[in-house]
Design a protein around this ligand. Structure first.
Ligand code: TYD
Length: 206
């Protein structure tokens, strides 16, 4: 029925928002899912990240994970009329792999879009959490062994890419100030999702 995605750089508070949404939207019985890792393909993705696979291999594994996610979770849930909330989705590829594939592929964003074309299901609404890079890094904790995506320079470019995607599609994206209080963000996003689902239901009845 409605596909909502939550995006943002590592350390943006995305995952706590998604778990709060599960509680706040209990009455709507949402299907809460994620990328990578909602299917068995996710294990290969985790391995590619851990072993620092070459960027094309890594990108294609993220895309394979997306295909399996759509086939086994997203499409059936939407067909059943469910509200689906995904922690990361195709915009993660457009933002992250665009950075990782720079200098390897001519036009990374166009290439990434082309391999999604024709089979991906675009989200109805995407909440993008934006915050200063230093804040994201400090939330992740300096003691942690950072994945290659989590270096400050990479994250800054990923966030710029996200903002460019949002500027291209202002009616799909809702930008959230990640410096606001966690419960304030969660209440706002839950309210917006409720409004959007209600509007979408009434539109279908017409
Ligand atoms: P995620 O599971 O959200 O992070 P965490 O392990 O902190 O919960 O995602 C793992 C990493 O993969 C994260 O740095 C973002 C990156 N990623 C991509 O580069 N491309 C993608 O398409 C996706 C879905 C994630």
């Amino acid at each position: 029925m409605v596909l909502i995605t939550i995006e943002g750089i590592d350390g943006s508070g995305k995952s706590s928002l998604v778990s709060a949404l599960g509680r706040l939207l209990e009455n709507e019985h949402p299907v809460i899912t994620r990328e990578p890792g909602s299917t068995w393909v996710g294990e290969s993705v985790r391995r590619a990240i851990a072993e620092k696979a070459d960027p094309i291999t890594e990108a294609l594994l993220f895309v394979a994970d997306h295909a399996a996610h759509i086939a086994t979770v997203i499409r059936p849930a939407l067909a059943a009329g469910d509200l689906v909330i995904s922690d990361r989705y195709s915009d993660s590829r457009y933002a992250y792999q665009q950075v990782m594939l720079e200098g390897i592929i001519d036009e990374p964003l166009a290439w990434l879009r082309a391999i999604h074309d024709g089979w991906t299901i675009p989200p109805d609404l995407t909440f993008l959490i934006v915050l200063p890079i230093e804040e994201a890094l400090s939330r992740m904790g300096s003691a942690r062994n950072l994945e290659h995506f989590e270096e400050a320079g990479v994250l800054a470019r990923v966030q710029e890419n996200y903002l460019a995607l949002a500027a291209e599609e202002p009616s799909r994206f809702v930008i959230i100030d990640g410096m606001k209080k966690e419960n304030e963000i969660a209440e706002f996003v839950a309210g917006s999702i409720r409004d959007y689902s209600g509007w979408s239901r009434s539109r279908r009845r017409r």
